[in-house]
Design a protein around this ligand. Structure first.
Ligand code: SF4
Length: 181
């Protein structure tokens, strides 16, 4: 796995990364694509490469989670990426971080460390990596990822909360408030 990650990182720095990704996405008729199953955006240049890829792949729905909203150096680039019509960019955080800002077009998700760990305010989704109990809703009635709730037998392809637009998915947690921007 480490070797594959190192290879991906190297590829992402290549000059041909953008056309190569666009070509692969088109050739394989990719309907939904998640950059970064692990990892995150590591600098502004890299975020801007994804903006170009997403813009050139309008038939594909992109989604991913990022903690880089907390990095002032490329906050503007993250906002531009997240506002592409075919990108669902989740602002993620945990108990060791500040709460992400409310931004038009973005949803916020909380990664719980254990069953007693709840988001400090109403957000859009909770993930539970280390779960021992059944929990469909966390504090503030925040929806728990159906895959992580300890009871639902679902898959991401059936659920789709993460990659569907907030007003398309059936989750009642989608933040529709408009604040900054
Ligand atoms: S099951 Fe749904 S909410 Fe959970 S990760 Fe998959 S798409 Fe997202």
């Amino acid at each position: 796995v480490q070797q594959a990650l190192a290879r991906n990182l190297k590829a992402s720095k290549e000059k041909e990364f953008v056309p190569w990704m666009v070509h692969e996405i088109r050739e394989n008729f990719v309907r939904v694509f998640r950059p970064h199953v692990v990892g995150d955006f590591y600098n502004e240049r890299y975020v801007r490469k994804w903006i170009r890829i997403v813009k050139r792949s309008r038939e594909t729905e992109f989604f991913t989670y990022t903690r880089t909203w907390a990095v002032p150096d490329y906050f503007d680039a993250i906002v531009e990426l997240g506002r592409q019509p075919n990108m669902q960019l989740w602002l993620s955080f945990d108990r060791d971080m500040a709460v992400p800002p409310r931004l038009k077009g973005f949803r916020r998700c909380y990664l719980a460390a254990d069953d007693e760990d709840h988001p400090p305010q109403k957000v859009d989704l909770v993930f539970r990596d280390y779960r021992r109990t059944v929990m469909k809703r966390a504090k503030y009635r925040v929806l728990v990822c159906p895959y992580d709730n300890g009871v639902t037998n679902t898959t991401c392809s059936k659920c789709g909360i993460c990659w569907r637009k907030a007003d398309e998915c059936k989750c009642k947690t989608a933040s529709r408030q408009v604040a900054r921007g």
